[in-house]
Design a protein around this ligand. Structure first.
Ligand code: SF4
Length: 342
């Protein structure tokens, strides 16, 4: 059997945007077994991709070489006799494992000084080109094809499927808390990138007040990581009985199931935004310093709110002008009107 290994990216949003690439690979090689090597952080995304046979979790850490661990992982992979490996991150260290595992075809972008480690390479697009991430990954799927001919996978839009088992468990959990999915709004107030992607917690709190005032059944669950818990508390204090701060209290698998069951998701430009899009949920995506043309939520149920100020997109983690107007000038009323206009 033809076996293909994927080295996964490190960010949730990038992992979601690699799904159309996986679908294209499966079309090109329908009998191949496609496995993915992923950190525990992004592994749940690949468990929700039907194209993937197995997810190999590896405790690799961002910006650390972990040479002994990489050698040990490569040793384990040798026994599986992969014929090809697609390396999705651009870093030097991400290309080490398939090279150490003697996988014959190692495919990726040229990236950081990876001469020899990657032996089928595409040139990186220039920073000014910045193609959408989905297209960037898709281009790799066709590199080994007959003269790069792509099979048509239709519209390259990510699509995920939450596990039925976790969905049932989550349905029970919502029922016990008397939360009705048809009246459930999800807020995702975080963004790992930095404050320039985070709409202020006080604005989320004001939006919560409007949503809860609209219908007595409405409830809100806040999703995010432990570092978003404090923002979650600011929002939840509006109405602790109907706003549930689950930031840092769910696994990513469970967060995906809750999103899948909800009515509408309101988020920043974050990994959870891309998950909501791939689950085809109605959603509002709030953009600040980033560019929605580069990493939009790929769904016809998504509404993007972006002011496109003369200073944006600046792609900075802190506002160089000190005012953060790209986010602060988006009023809770404007977001609320977008929700009710659906
Ligand atoms: S410079 Fe403009 S786009 Fe960048 S963070 Fe500040 S307000 Fe936002």
């Amino acid at each position: 059997m033809y076996r293909i290994l994927i080295i996964a990216p490190n960010w949730i949003g990038d992992a979601v945007m690699s799904q159309p690439f996986l679908a294209a690979l499966k079309l090109n090689y329908p009998k191949a077994q496609i496995d993915v090597l992923a950190t525990p952080w992004v592994a749940p995304i690949y468990r929700a991709c039907p194209e993937i046979h197995s997810v190999i979790e590896a405790p690799l850490e961002h910006k650390k070489l972990q040479w002994a661990l990489r050698k040990q992982l490569a040793q384990g992979l040798k026994a599986k006799s992969y014929q090809a490996c697609y390396v999705l991150p651009n870093s030097f260290k991400s290309a080490l494992i398939p090279w150490l595992a003697n996988i014959p075809f190692r495919i990726g972008y040229r990236g950081e000084a990876r001469f020899g480690l990657i032996n089928f390479a595409l040139n990186n697009p220039s920073k000014t080109e910045r193609p959408p991430m989905v297209e960037r990954y898709l281009a790799l799927a066709h590199l080994l094809n007959n003269e790069g001919q792509a099979q048509n996978i239709g519209s390259p839009v990510p699509s995920l499927q939450s596990s039925a088992e976790i969905t049932h468990t989550t349905q029970d959990k919502l029922a016990r808390a008397n939360i009705k999915p048809h009246a459930l709004y999800i807020f995702c107030p975080g963004a790992e990138y930095g404050v320039t992607k985070r709409w202020p917690a006080e604005y989320f709190a004001e939006l919560a007040k409007k949503i809860l005032g609209q219908n007595i059944e409405n409830q809100i669950i806040l999703l995010g990581s432990q570092s978003d818990h404090h923002s979650g508390q600011i929002i939840a204090q509006q109405d602790p009985g109907r706003i549930h701060n689950w930031c840092g209290q769910t696994s990513l698998d469970e967060a995906m199931a809750v999103i899948g069951l909800s009515k509408t998701v309101i988020s920043n430009d974050s990994g959870l935004m891309h998950i909501a899009a791939a689950l085809k949920k109605s959603q509002i995506a709030i953009f600040g310093s980033s560019d929605p043309k580069h990493t939009p939520p790929l769904s016809n149920k998504a509404q993007i709110i972006w002011l496109n100020l003369p200073c944006s997109p600046c792609h900075r983690r802190e506002c160089p002008l000190g005012h953060l107007n790209c986010l602060k000038e988006i009023s809770p009323e404007r977001v609320f009107n977008s929700i009710t206009a659906e």
